[in-house]
Design a protein around this ligand. Structure first.
Ligand code: PMP
Length: 393
C-alpha cells in the first residue's frame, strides 16, 4: 500500500532552511523562515511566558481532558484581546492547533455550512492557504492584491475582484501584516471592503496571525473589530504563535460570529464536532499560558511591553534599511520598506535577482522576494542594502 504513495514536493521555505544550513560561507544571512529573531539571532521565550509556565507548573493539579472547544478562560480572554467588545450572544469559539488549525477548521466549517462554497484569496497569499485548499479540494479564486509598481495594494483591482464573491462565499483577508507582501489596507479601504461584503453577503474569513507586530495590539485588530461590528457573519482565525512567541505550542483560535444566538449555537456545536473528527481535544498548554498572561495585570503588562520591544525592533530595522537604500540608490524607490508592516516585505525582485542574492551574497529569502525583516540586525542591514543594489533590484 505505502509504495503507492506519490512523493510530495517539499515545502519551499523548509527547503530554503536546509539550503541555508548547508551553506558554509561566513556571514550568511537567513531572511527566509517566518519566525521573529532578536538582534542576537535568537527566537526568545518571552518573560511573561516563562512566568506563566512556572505558575502553571506550581498550581496545575490535573492534566485530565479539557473541553472539545478548549478552555472557556482561554476563549474568553482571546475574544477580548481580538474583539475588545465581545458580542457574546453571537460568538462561537474554538481552540485550535495553531492559527493553521483555525484556518483549516474555518474552511471545514464553511464547507459544512455551504457545500458549494468558493474561497477568494489574495494574490499573493501565505502559501499554506493555497495548499490546504488544494488538499481539501475546495474551489478558490484569487483576487488582485499586490501592486508590483508601488509595492502597495492594488486597491481598485481588489475591490473589483472581491465584488465577484457571491452570497455564502468566503473572502479570506489578512487582518494585518499581510504575508508575504507587508502591504496593507488603510482603515478607509477596510471600510470599503466591509461595504462590498455587506452588499454581496460574502463572508470574511480574517486571518489574524500577527496582532501586535504591525502598528500595535489595538491598531492591528482595528480592521477585524470594525468588520465584526458591521457584518452579520464573520469568521476569524487567530494565532498566538508570533505575538506570544509560542510557535511550537500550537495555539490558535477560531471565532465564528453568527447572525443570532440560534445560529451561534449551531456553529458552536459544529466547531466542536470538527475538533472531535480531527484531533479530539485541542492542545492546552499554550492556551493556558495565554489565558494566564491575559488574566493577570502584571503579566499582561510585561508581555505587552516585550511585544512592543519586538515591534519597535522591526520598525527600526525597516527605517534603517529604507534609509540605507535611499543613500545607495539616490532615490526613494525603496521607501515602501518603511511603509510595510509586520515581519515581511516583498521586495518585488525577479527570481534571478533572488538567486543572485543567494549565490553572490549568501543572503537567503523566499523565491518571490519575501524577506523576513526580523532576520536582520543593524550590522546586517547595510550588507543587505548593498547586495540589493548589486543584484540590480
Ligand atoms: N496565517 C499566516 C498568514 C501566517 O503567516 C501564519 C504563520 N506563518 C499562520 C497563519 C499560522 O501560524 P501557526 O499555525 O504557526 O499559528
Amino acid at each position: 500500500m505505502l509504495s503507492n504513495l506519490q512523493p510530495q514536493a517539499p515545502d519551499s521555505i523548509l527547503k530554503l532552511i536546509e539550503e541555508f544550513k548547508a551553506d558554509t560561507r561566513q556571514g550568511k544571512i537567513d531572511l527566509g523562515v517566518g519566525v521573529y529573531k532578536d538582534p542576537q539571532g535568537v527566537t526568545p521565550v518571552m518573560r511573561a511566558v516563562k512566568a506563566a509556565e512556572q505558575r502553571i507548573w506550581e498550581t496545575q493539579t490535573t492534566k485530565a481532558y479539557t473541553g472539545l472547544a478548549g478552555e472557556p478562560d482561554y476563549r474568553d480572554a482571546m475574544a477580548r484581546m481580538v474583539l475588545k467588545d465581545v458580542p457574546a450572544d453571537r460568538l462561537a469559539s474554538l481552540a485550535t492547533v495553531g492559527g493553521t488549525g483555525a484556518i483549516r477548521q474555518a474552511l471545514e466549517l464553511a464547507r459544512l455550512a455551504n457545500p458549494g462554497v468558493t474561497v477568494h484569496v489574495s494574490n499573493p497569499t501565505w502559501p499554506n492557504h493555497l495548499s490546504i485548499m488544494k488538499f481539501m479540494g475546495l474551489p478558490f479564486v484569487e483576487y488582485r492584491y499586490f501592486d508590483a509598481a508601488t509595492r502597495g495594494v492594488d486597491f481598485d483591482g481588489l475591490k473589483a475582484d472581491i465584488a465577484r464573491a457571491g452570497k455564502g462565499d468566503i473572502v479570506l483577508l489578512h487582518g494585518c501584516c499581510h504575508n508575504p507582501t507587508g502591504a496593507n489596507l488603510s482603515m478607509d479601504q477596510w471600510n470599503e471592503v466591509a461595504a462590498i461584503l455587506g452588499k454581496s453577503g460574502a463572508i470574511p474569513l480574517i486571518d489574524l496571525a500577527y496582532q501586535g507586530f504591525g502598528d500595535g495590539l489595538e491598531e492591528d485588530a482595528a480592521a477585524t473589530r470594525m468588520i465584526a461590528g458591521r457584518l452579520p457573519e464573520v469568521l476569524i482565525a487567530a494565532s498566538c504563535s508570533k505575538n506570544f512567541g509560542i510557535y511550537r505550542e500550537r495555539t490558535g483560535i477560531l471565532f465564528a460570529l453568527a447572525e443570532n444566538t440560534a445560529a451561534r449555537d449551531l456553529a458552536q456545536g459544529s466547531m466542536a464536532y470538527l475538533n472531535r473528527q480531527t484531533y479530539s481535544f485541542p492542545p492546552d498548554h499554550g492556551a493556558r499560558i495565554v489565558s494566564t498572561i491575559l488574566s493577570d495585570n502584571a503579566l499582561r503588562a510585561d508581555w505587552a511591553a516585550e511585544l512592543e520591544e519586538v515591534r519597535g525592533t522591526m520598525l527600526g530595522l525597516r527605517a534603517q534599511l529604507a534609509s540605507e537604500l535611499r543613500d545607495l540608490s539616490g532615490s526613494g524607490r525603496f521607501d515602501f520598506v518603511e511603509r510595510h508592516r509586520g515581519m515581511f516585505s516583498r521586495l518585488g525582485a525577479t527570481p534571478e535577482q533572488v538567486q543572485r542574492l543567494k549565490s553572490d551574497a549568501a543572503i537567503y529569502m523566499v523565491g518571490d522576494s519575501r524577506l523576513n525583516i526580523a532576520g536582520l540586525n543593524r550590522h546586517t542591514v547595510p550588507i543587505l542594502a548593498r547586495a540589493i543594489i548589486d543584484a540590480g533590484i
